[in-house]
Design a protein. Structure first.
Length: 436
């Protein structure tokens, strides 16, 4: 009976595929027998043809006429095993006789007599397929183990990078340098080539660091565009991971052309009061998309950097306040108006040089005393009562007031008195400025 030796890829995929390497006299009967039992048979007349017709295919079992492995064909068996690692080669002895050359013992997993009792072949095949199944499970387990080891190795490297970055953040003393350092380190951890760091200001999100100069806006004004990823991260105070913005119904496209793909991630920077103080965004991952592990590790990294950044921002704010106070002190010291400051007990705590020049009192003569030393009979209790009513309401009192100098002389001055609530809430401090 003539059989079709057409290419193997015409056979439908089946879990039990058997290669038969034998002449037409043997293969014809085997083909019908095995096909009737749901095996899928690939026929080859010799080992060279078997290699050609099964190249790139998964063939776990080969039934090979014992004579195929003799003499010069032994190399063909080795090539077949190289092409299909783990293949179970079963030697088919003619009519139950021994392999004339005895060579099959060197390469055969098992032996059967063909032609003969074909049913005896079935348990042999089942053992071969069971062996192939166990080998595949072992290979899958080994591959999974290798994959997990690679993941653990990568995770270990990322955790070490995070520890190193935390030390670097703590050691950085310059606000701008720390902003760029935070963005750089998170981008390296996420394998991202694009990203920006924005900090919250009164008018909106101000760009303080970028991996793509000239691409991101210097300011994203408040309120943020509703439905955008930034809007969601800002309002919900949690990071956002988007595999593909095109399939994310909750978000809208940014309109940017700088993205190589549509996967990106945004982390909010949150202070101790749970207020969002900034947003860090990343895109253009080297091997997109961003993963849940990226989200978890990135959140820890951003939290570490955010803490250091908050300290720098606080230090920066204190430095600026100190500079403003220093400028204010110089201005007060050099002012033509006399300035007097009292505490919550209405005791003088500061006077400027103009005060001494105008009133004649040196600082050590008035500090710790009541401003009443400057009062004269020109103003009655109703005048001072009205002034205090204004001050206790938290408003600045303005008017003209006559004071008595140290030498007893009287001076009429334009006066303004500003109340400042004490931070503890216990009373008012006063800043009084006067000029002739």
């Amino acid at each position: 009976m003539k059989r079709d030796y057409s290419p193997v890829d015409l056979w439908p995929a089946a879990p039990k595929r058997v290669l038969v390497v034998a002449g037409d006299g043997v293969s014809g009967g085997l083909f019908d027998f095995l096909e009737s039992r749901d095996y899928r048979v690939v026929l080859a007349r010799d080992l060279s043809e078997a290699l050609e017709r099964t190249r790139g295919e998964d063939v776990p079992v080969a039934l090979i006429a014992a004579g195929q492995g003799r003499n010069g064909d032994a190399g063909g068996i080795a090539l077949l095993k190289d092409e299909h690692p783990g293949i179970a080669c079963v030697a088919m002895d003619p009519c139950g006789g021994a392999d004339p050359a005895g060579a099959a013992g060197e390469w055969a997993y098992d032996r059967v007599s063909i032609p003969g009792d074909a049913l005896a072949l079935l348990p042999v095949l089942e053992r071969c397929f069971e062996r192939a199944s166990l080998r595949r499970e072992k290979e899958r387990a080994a591959e999974e183990l290798r994959r997990r080891n690679v993941e653990l190795s990568n995770l270990d490297a990322r955790l070490k990078a995070m520890v190193d970055s935390a030390r670097t953040f703590a050691a950085c003393q310059e606000f701008r340098n720390l902003s760029r350092l935070l963005l750089d380190r998170v981008a390296v951890l996420m394998a991202a080539e694009g990203g920006n760091l924005f900090l919250c200001q009164e008018r909106g999100l101000e760009l303080v660091a970028t991996l793509e100069p000239g691409m991101a806006p210097a300011l994203i004004p408040f309120p943020l565009r509703e439905g955008s990823v930034f809007d969601y991260a800002y309002r919900e105070r949690r990071p956002v991971l988007v595999d593909d913005i095109r399939n994310a119904a909750d978000f809208t496209l940014s309109g940017r052309d700088a993205y190589r793909d549509d996967s990106f991630i945004v982390f909010p920077l949150i202070d101790e009061g749970r207020n969002v103080v900034g947003l860090l965004s990343l895109h253009n991952k080297k091997s997109p998309p961003f993963t849940p592990q990226d989200l978890d590790l990135g959140q820890i990294m951003v939290s570490l950097g955010s803490e250091a950044l908050q300290k720098q921002m606080t230090a920066e704010a204190l430095r600026k306040n100190e500079e403003r106070l220093a400028r204010l002190a110089i201005a007060v010291e050099q002012a033509d108006e006399d300035v007097m400051i009292t505490d919550t007990s209405s005791r003088i705590v500061y006077v400027n040089p103009a005060f001494t020049r105008i009133t004649g009192y040196a600082p050590d003569e008035v500090v710790g005393r009541s401003p009443k030393i400057l009062r004269c009979e020109k103003h009655d209790d109703a005048f001072y009562g009205g002034m205090w009513d204004t001050l206790r309401a938290g408003s600045t009192w303005r008017g003209r007031m006559t004071i008595r100098r140290k030498d007893g002389g009287l001076i009429l001055q334009a006066c303004s008195v500003t109340p400042i609530r004490d931070p503890s809430g216990n009373g008012w401090k006063m800043i009084e400025a006067r000029r002739p």
